[in-house]
Every structure is written in C-alpha cells, then in structure tokens.
Design a protein around this ligand. Structure first.
Ligand code: NAP
Length: 324
C-alpha cells in the first residue's frame, strides 16, 4: 500500500475470497481514479479500531462484509433510514468533517439489477424466496419503491413472519392473510434501536400507495398461485450457491413468460432456477448484476463521481469472463 494514496478496503472475516478488491480495481481503472482497494481481515474485537481508521481518514471508506454488517451499526455516527430498518450496513462513508455514515447498497444494487432486465419495482407484484440479510434488502427495496404486492416465502416461517411484521411496522405496507391475522392479534417484531417509521421519511413512501405483504410457506401448493400473478421472482436464499442443481423453488411452481427471475446467487452464474426460467421463456437476471451495481453505488457514495453509461455492462462482462 503506497503512503498517502487514497485507500479503501473491504473489512470482514474471512475476506480472502472477496471479489470486491477485483471489482474496485476494475472500477478505478475504468474511471481513472488513483486509489487503492484492499481486503482487511478484521475480527469483531478489531471492528471499533477499523471504524476509527475511517474517522481519522486513514481509510477513505470501507465495504463491510460478514460478520460485521449488523455489529457496525452502533459504531457509526449516522445510518441511512433504510439501512437502519434492514439492520445491516455494507458501506461506510466518511464525510468532510470526519463523521462516518452507514448505507446498505444491496438495496440499490437489487433495484438496479432489475432495471438491467427492463423491470421496475414500482407497481410490481413480487415473490421473494428467503428472509435472511439479502432478502431483507430486497423486501425493503420493494416496499420503499412502491411495489404493489410482496409475497415472502422462507424455509423458517418464523423468520419470514418477523420480516413481514417489520415491513408493516414501517408504515409502507399492508398485511394480508396469516400476516394480517398476526398483526391484528397484536404481534409486533422485536424493536430495532434507532429504526424510524419510513412512511414518515420524505422520498421513501412508495409512489403507488402501500404494498400488500403476505407470508407463505415455501411450498408449491401455496406459492404456485402467487407466481402465476407475479411479474418478479427473486431468489435471496443461499440455495444454489456452489451447487448448480439446487433449486430454491419447489417443483410444481410453474414459471411463465411474463416473469422476470432474479437469482442473487452468482456462483454458479447460471443457477438451476435461472435455467428453469429460460425454459419457461421468463427473463432472467444473474446475481452478478446486483453485485456490480451495489459496488458502483458504493463508489458513488464515496466519491460522488457520476458513472458513465454501460459501466455496469462492461464490468459484468469482464467478471463473467473471470469467474466462469
Ligand atoms: P443469510 O442471511 O444466511 O440467509 C440465508 C437464506 O437462505 C435464509 O432465508 C435461509 O432460510 C435460506 N436457506 C439456507 N439454506 C436453505 C435451504 N437448504 N433450503 C431453503 N432455504 C435455505 O444469507 P444472505 O446474506 O441473505 O445471502 C443469501 C444469498 O444471497 C447468498 O447466496 C449470498 O451469496 C447472496 N447474496 C448475493 C448478493 C449479490 O450482490 N448478488 C448480495 C447479498 C447476498 P432460513 O431462514 O430458513 O434459514
């Protein structure tokens, strides 16, 4: 690392296999930015010092990966309202006066990856598989962008229900079905310190009114009908990761040509779900698009630099060549 050079880093443990250093090296080269990006192994005990390095300006900004995405929130001066609601920060930005802010760029990456496939969340009917960290970003992106409806299906029904209740609590979503019964019975999600009612944040309320949210079992019997009426199907489970035959969607859920299928898994790139989408004539978007767009958003937050047209496409093409 050369002294005095602007340095960014990804912090996590482990970080050895992170694609981020390669992605940012490509981005810096494309945009003519004279900066360095490195992978720093940071243990939970070392996390406060890593944040202090950003505050001091020793690091110009950091990407945050496992296991720190949640633990970093209370160490920051400010957290974007959506990142606060998701409960995860993957990008830390240093402002001129040395304060540090947290953002969740998976949310933007998800939205923009869909746009690559010509799809918009506004007024869309979305079916989401998963209720973990990545699914939370997709769920909050959907309700805050004004999706018409969102169906959440997860292996653990309890985790899906908790996410559903959190979405309703934002003021941007109406509960339906089992979720509505739970809400009316007075069930509420555990408190998230600092989380605010998103419906009261200017610019965050969906343009088309509230999103109808329901929680269904991850089973063909209940999901098939929801998929028939959906425009967007998202896999945010880790099923399919490093297993090209694992399919998160139960057999007996037919896909259709009016559907756009986004799989967040990018290793392998052509997952079983995306192959199934292609056979059904549905549009498919691989997980690398989301990864590329969330990185471009991080760079925009750090530098304020506008990105040229087709930057994401060039980056995606290059990474496809390198990882497949
Ligand atoms: P996570 O928080 O650990 O959540 C994992 C999700 O997968 C949960 O919903 C879990 O269900 C489900 N799951 C795991 N094993 C399963 C199985 N055998 N059957 C059914 N469901 C199963 O992980 P995450 O951070 O959300 O990441 C999820 C995936 O998204 C990973 O593959 C990750 O690489 C990918 N991702 C991609 C991007 C991108 O930019 N493309 C960004 C973020 C994440 P339970 O709740 O029942 O355990």
């Amino acid at each position: 690392m050369s002294a005095g050079r602007t340095t960014y880093a990804v912090i996590g443990d482990p970080v050895e296999h992170s694609l981020s250093p390669r992605i940012f090296a490509l981005l810096f080269a494309e945009l003519g930015i004279d900066a360095h990006y490195t992978a720093l192994r940071v243990t939970p005990q070392e996390l406060p010092e890593a944040v202090a390095r950003v505050r001091r300006g020793a690091l110009a900004g950091v990407s945050v990966t496992l296991p720190h995405k949640e633990a970093i929130l209370p160490l920051l001066d400010d957290v974007h309202p959506l990142a606060g609601r998701i409960g995860a920060v993957n990008c830390v930005v240093r402002s001129g006066n040395g304060t540090v802010q947290g953002y969740n760029t998976d949310l933007t990456g998800f939205r923009q990856a869909l746009e690559e496939g010509g799809e918009r969340l506004a007024a869309a009917r979305v079916v989401l598989l998963g209720a973990g960290g990545a699914a939370r970003a997709a769920a909050f992106a959907s309700v805050s962008a004004g999706a018409k409806s969102l169906v959440i299906a997860n292996r653990s029904a309890e985790r899906a229900m908790r996410l559903g209740l959190e979405l309703v609590e934002t003021g941007l979503a109406w509960p339906e079905g089992e979720l509505r019964r739970s809400w009316e019975a007075g069930e509420r999600p555990p408190e998230r310190p600092g989380a605010i009612r998103l419906g009261e944040v200017p610019g965050l309320a969906g343009p088309s009114g509230k999103c109808f949210v329901s929680v269904l079992p991850l089973e063909a019997k209940s999901l098939a009908n929801a998929i028939t009426h959906a425009e967007i199907l998202v896999n945010a489970t880790s099923l399919g990761l490093r297993d090209r035959d694992a399919d998160p969607l139960p057999a007996g859920c037919p896909l259709h040509a009016g559907l756009t299928v986004l799989d967040m898994v990018y290793r392998p790139l052509q997952t079983a779900l995306l192959r199934r989408a292609t056979v059904a004539g549905a549009a498919s978007i691989d997980g690398l698009w989301m990864l590329v767009h969330q990185a471009i958003e991080q760079l925009r937050l750090w530098t304020g630099q506008a990105t040229p047209p087709l930057l994401a496409t060039r980056l995606h093409q290059q990474l496809v060549r390198e990882i497949t």
